[in-house]
Design a protein around this ligand. Structure first.
Ligand code: NA7
Length: 892
């Protein structure tokens, strides 16, 4: 049915007694509720929308404070489901004002005749699931109660204002306003002494306009926000041209993007760019006045890496100092306690310049907290401010507030949602909750929501839900409920995702930290709308994975499981590799595979700077071998780590694990010497093993010449390199040296059998395959030699070996032989630390600055190396988790 014709359909809701019977009840007539109603009608469901406000608009109905505007370009903050609608409406400005956005919703409501199925001025007081009838029973405060099969919360993420939490508000004799509940007929502030408490988006948008009207404005700031000029006006030409060139393609690109606005993935990392290049990019972003641009387009590590992020903070501080004349005020306005982007940055018009006005005062609550609100004004530790008006721009009980606090929702066995969520929201996909059948949330906690263009996320959720309801109906199912397993898996995935970005390092409404007593967790899904969409689609394509479906005349269906078991970034990397449709490495021949690896490595981020990188030749078992040396920037002499690269004894060289060597050098503060040992098929077993041993001996003997600390060395290696490191320790013990202080084995080959479960479970699909490992073994080692401990160290004598750190990855064919080696070492009393990296594959931990979730594993490896060398486990604070900001955030 064409979209425009849907309006003509009747919703066919029926009333039985005092109860309205519908297929679907929706709460909220904002962006999500309106589209839901349209789509549900189109799919043939009887629907009622219950809305507390007097008209459509949701958050835009309530947020009418001066200066209220969208902070995503309105060209992007629009419905896209109907190209005709898209063409019929043209926004007048880059960031539309609240009245224009409200007019847009009115236009949409009229166009599809939506209001006739919306009950305005109606609040849901309670919602109870009735197991017998398999329906939700809703009690309302206005008119008939509602009985519905499906109950959908389209309540918005920022719609329940947070209480002011300051003593004495009730005592104040003047006027009190909340930005989130601004009077519809406006407020006259002319000639009045006004206070604004709060400097988030609402405060920052309203302060310049309030300052123009008020006799005096005092701004009470607890946390300074990062704000950049919106440069309002018409939509910028570059974006408009891009959009108009192919609207459908533009919209589709937005749907699969990171933030719901089509921007390319930035590839250059901050340390590859000069100061001048970084400044140029920053100035461009500052001039663009676009949050998505500045949050994604500066450099690839800006959102994930503390150092890369801090560069932006400094540049913005400069901008603030350039505008604000009083240095003390400028300093107070400059955020220092959270990474840029970890708290929602704001778009402003003349915000910083407003503080140059004689009638504006900034009170820094970090230095003088509010003691109380009195009858006449606000008292801080240092002053008393007399006021006529107080404006609370103190924000919202975000994400969960509107779902939980508006009314009790009671699911199966009388469990209330607020008790189930007491320790933080638990959802599957941010859409559903186990124990609450047929309940859906649009942009709920656990979905991209506020970390994306809401328009794109809302349409994706609405489409997914309505498509599922239609499919259930067609198959004869009447209930749909997430399983506990699926929900727990999603919680784990959310926790994994939270390690990808710096959001966890700030006290914000993203984490619930703005509401005293609220459980804290990163609530929005931070890994992008495109990947999230892919996961939702995968749930469907895998037979409604993680949902239990029941119906009166059909067999129950439950395909239980977790939709994402890989780390989020590993999932993306493996997805990209799969899309490349590469031929199997073993089909390329040894030289072809080496060429492929060289090309492949060119595409990875350059390793980070270390003090010095040098190269030279050392003496191997049968002639000179090249090496590459990574020296820390700190004064030496440093302990030396002898490193063996991966590549199945066939591929790679002393440079092929360059980013990992740099990372270990930086994190451990030690010299890393990467050895270019000989490869098969030119040099078969035991060439690599003997080279490993000879190189270690040579390096130990030449430690001082290399600038290293004389005495025991350490060995480390990945994959076949881990095999060589392990073998070297056994040979050094048996051949009278050199002394080795510790061994770091990352996904090592330790045995020549292929029958452990990990070889079966992870035989294909995770880049290193069972068949590739067969190929490596065949090239390097004849079957008769494979039980020799110089290639199968697990079969050797494990007594009296140096302490070991063994890292294995869950989705690696080599996982179980690595674990077996660690266990065998432990069994003979060797000190051994194990790290079983959940959700990682064979190459994960090597993919520095690509697989961010490998950071903590590499930090632990470096700590282990340091303890083997007799140094304190922790170097300085290179790890993000121990940065001063993280400590502040943790301390609240
Ligand atoms: P925000 O961004 O949560 O901002 C609220 C502001 O109010 C923020 O500066 C808070 O400081 C401050 N605040 C909150 N409670 C207090 C108390 N008790 N005392 C002093 N200051 C307080 O809400 P907004 O409405 O501005 O923006 C919400 C979103 O809407 C925005 O991101 C856009 O997406 C649209 P704090 O940071 O907690 O120290």
């Amino acid at each position: 049915m064409p979209d425009a014709a849907v309006a003509a359909r009747s919703s066919e809701a029926t009333n039985s007694g005092t109860t309205q019977q519908v297929d679907v009840a929706v709460v909220g007539a904002g962006f999500a509720g309106l589209y839901l109603l349209h789509r549900l009608r189109k799919a043939g469901f009887t629907t009622v929308v219950l809305e507390e406000a007097g008209d459509v608009g949701g958050t835009w109905y309530w947020n009418r404070y001066p200066g209220a505007r969208c902070d995503i370009q309105t060209m992007d903050y629009s419905y896209t489901f109907d190209p005709e609608l898209d063409r019929e409406w043209t926004w007048s400005e880059k960031y539309a004002t609240q009245p224009e956005i409200l007019r847009y919703f009115g236009f949409v409501a009229d166009r599809y005749d939506l209001r006739r199925d919306i009950r305005f001025n109606t609040r849901v007081k309670a919602a109870n699931w009735d197991d017998t009838s398999e329906r939700w029973q809703l009690t309302t405060d206005n008119g008939a109660d509602v009985s519905c099969r499906y109950y959908i919360m389209a309540t918005g993420c920022l719609s329940t204002p947070k209480p002011p939490e300051i003593d004495g508000v009730k005592d104040f004799k003047g006027e009190v306003y909340f930005t989130g509940r601004w009077p519809h007929d406006g407020v006259n502030l002319a000639g009045k002494r006004v206070a604004v408490i709060g400097t988030g988006s609402s405060g920052i948008q309203s302060i310049p306009l309030i300052a123009e009207q008020a006799a005096h404005l005092t701004v009470f700031q607890r946390t300074a926000s990062f704000a950049l000029p919106a440069h309002n006006g018409p939509s910028p030409d570059d974006r408009k041209t891009y959009f108009e060139a192919d609207r459908a393609a533009y919209r589709e690109q937005a749907r699969w993007s990171l933030a719901g606005v089509p921007y390319p993935q930035e590839m250059a990392v901050s340390w590859q760019l000069s100061d001048a290049e970084r400044r140029e990019r920053f100035e461009k972003a500052w001039a663009a006045g676009d949050l998505v641009h500045i949050l994604t387009q500066l450099w690839a590590d800006q959102a994930a890496d503390f150092d890369g992020n801090a560069l932006i903070g400094k540049l913005i501080h400069e901008k603030i100092r350039a505008v604000v004349k009083d240095p003390e005020t400028a300093a107070a306005l400059s955020p220092h306690d959270h990474p840029f982007g970890s708290k929602r940055p704001c778009l402003d018009t003349n915000y910083y310049a407003t503080y140059n006005r004689p009638n504006v005062t900034l009170v820094n609550l970090r230095q003088e907290p509010i003691k109380a609100i009195t009858a006449s004004g606000i008292v801080t530790d240092k002053r008393s401010v007399d006021l006529d008006v107080i404006v609370f721009a103190t924000g919202f009980d975000a994400m969960t507030g509107a779902i939980m606090a508006v009314h009790p929702i009671t699911g199966r066995a009388g469990k209330s949602l607020s008790s189930v969520w007491a320790q933080g929201p638990q959802t599957y996909l941010g859409l559903t909750v186990a124990g609450f059948p047929n309940l859906f949330m649009i942009t709920g906690p656990g979905s991209p929501s506020v970390l994306s263009n809401m328009a794109v996320s809302i349409e994706q959720h609405v489409d997914w839900v309505v498509d599922r309801l239609a499919a259930l109906r067609d198959a004869g199912f009447t209930t749909m409920e997430a399983t506990e397993t699926a929900q727990a898996g999603w919680a784990q995935h959310m926790a994994d995702c939270s390690m990808l970005t710096l959001h966890r390092m700030a006290n914000t409404w993203y984490t619930g930290a703005n509401v005293p007593g609220k459980a804290q967790t990163l609530m929005p899904y931070n890994s992008g709308v495109g990947p999230y969409r892919g996961i939702c689609n995968e749930v469907v394509s895998r037979g409604m994975l993680g949902f239990r479906l029941t119906g009166p005349n059909v067999a129950e269906q439950c395909n239980d499981g977790e939709v994402v078991r890989l780390q989020p970034d590993v999932r993306l990397v493996l997805g990209m590799l799969a899309e490349m449709n590469l031929p199997a490495i073993e089909s390329m021949g040894a030289q072809g595979a080496r060429d492929f690896l060289t090309e492949f490595n060119k595409g990875r981020p350059a390793g980070r700077p270390v003090g010095e990188v040098g190269s030279g030749a050392l003496q191997g078992a049968d002639g000179p071998l090249p090496y590459r040396l990574y020296r820390p920037a700190t004064p030496g002499p440093h302990p030396i780590v002898v490193y063996f690269h991966g590549g199945g004894w066939v591929l790679g060289d002393e440079q092929s694990d360059d980013p990992f060597c740099r990372d270990i050098c930086r994190r451990s503060g030690m010299i890393v010497v990467s050895v270019g040992y000989r490869h098969a098929p030119e040099h078969r077993f035991p060439a690599a093993a003997e080279d490993g041993y000879a190189a270690t001996r040579w390096i130990a003997e030449h430690a001082a010449d290399l600038g290293g600390r004389p005495g025991p060395v350490l060995v480390a290696g990945w994959s076949a390199g881990g095999n060589i490191a392990a073998v070297t320790c056994q040979l050094a013990r048996d051949r009278g040296g050199p002394q080795i202080a510790g061994q770091l084995l990352v996904c090592p080959v330790t045995d020549s059998t292929f029958d452990r479960p990990s070889y079966v479970d992870n035989a294909t699909g995770y880049f290193v395959t069972r068949s590739l490992m067969f190929w490596f073994w065949d090239i390097y080692c004849s079957p008769a030699d494979r039980t020799d401990p110089r290639v199968s160290p697990l079969r050797g004598n494990l007594a009296n070996l140096p302490p070991a750190f063994v890292a294995t990855c869950e989705f690696d064919p080599l996982r179980d032989e690595g674990i077996a080696y660690a266990e065998a070492l432990a069994a003979v009393g060797a000190p051994v630390e194990q790290l079983q990296a959940r959700g990682h594959f064979h190459s994960s931990l090597m993919m520095v600055d690509v697989v961010i979730t490998g950071v903590s594993a590499r930090a632990r490896m470096a700590e282990a190396l340091r303890s083997f060398a007799g140094l304190p486990r922790k170097l300085e604070q290179i790890d993000q988790d121990t940065s001063p900001i993280a400590v502040n955030a943790a301390a609240g």
